[in-house]
Design a protein around this ligand. Structure first.
Ligand code: ZN
Length: 230
């Protein structure tokens, strides 16, 4: 009997300790079973002082040498447009890892998405190259379970932007490796491309710039993924 009480006390004690809350005092909920059709959007990088932090890649005006766009800001812009589009499409569980311009570790990102029980994680980045003529769409994966999501994202985003679909590429990132759910890093276009100013500043006859098109491609990819894969 004493043994049984000890075992029951141990179980009770163990159940009170969450691995998340035991180690970190984060403001997001405890891990829960995966929420169907839920999306964790992760805008890559982030730097509140915008000087020497993690801004990702940049577009530099070739005439003046001035930085016109930084990747962390563009990633957040696309994340917000996508969040709105998903909401309008009826998705009631859409979360952002960061909703402003501040730094986050990879660990904070995947722990937040894991803790929320997101069904998929889509990390938004933009590519960079020293060659200003380079521009294509690529999606990154790490786990085998990431592959279908990465493929669909690259396919739909490249179509929406009218860019070459470079497909998917294996990439070791904590966000992909340690996330519990299928995850991908979307590299929709090259922020270093020579046409980036017009891509971002000029809207087409449908009122869309490249960031709107990218978000529409991501929405279509997510719709397709949930209706055919998961
Ligand atoms: Zn990036």
């Amino acid at each position: 009997m004493k043994k049984l009480i000890l075992v029951l006390m141990f179980i009770l004690f163990a159940s009170m300790i969450s691995p998340v809350y035991a180690a970190y005092n984060k403001p997001w909920p405890l891990p829960v079973p995966t929420v169907p059709n839920s999306v964790c959007i992760d805008p890559g990088h982030g730097d509140e002082d915008n000087i020497d932090g993690d801004n990702g890649t940049s577009y530099i005006d070739p005439a003046t040498g001035e930085i016109l766009y930084q990747e962390d800001d563009i990633n957040l812009d696309v994340a917000r447009i996508l969040q709105t589009k998903l909401g309008k499409a009826g998705y009631s569980n859409v979360w952002l890892t960061r909703d402003d311009d501040y730094a986050m570790t990879n660990r904070e990102r995947y722990e937040k998405c894991n803790g929320l029980g997101a069904a998929i994680l889509v990390s938004i980045h933009h590519n960079g190259s020293s060659d200003p003529s380079v521009n294509y769409t690529l999606s990154l994966y790490k786990k085998d379970v990431d592959i279908p999501l990465a493929r669909i994202v690259s396919e739909y985003v490249s179509t929406a932007l009218g860019l070459h679909d470079e497909g998917i590429s294996l990439f070791t990132s904590g966000v992909l490796l340690k996330s519990d759910m299928p995850a991908t890093i979307s590299e929709a276009f090259f922020l270093t491309n020579e046409n980036v100013v017009s891509m971002i500043e000029v809207k087409d006859e449908f009122g869309e710039n490249a960031l709107d098109k990218e978000a529409r491609g991501l929405l279509n990819a997510i719709n397709n993924y949930f209706s055919t894969i998961q």
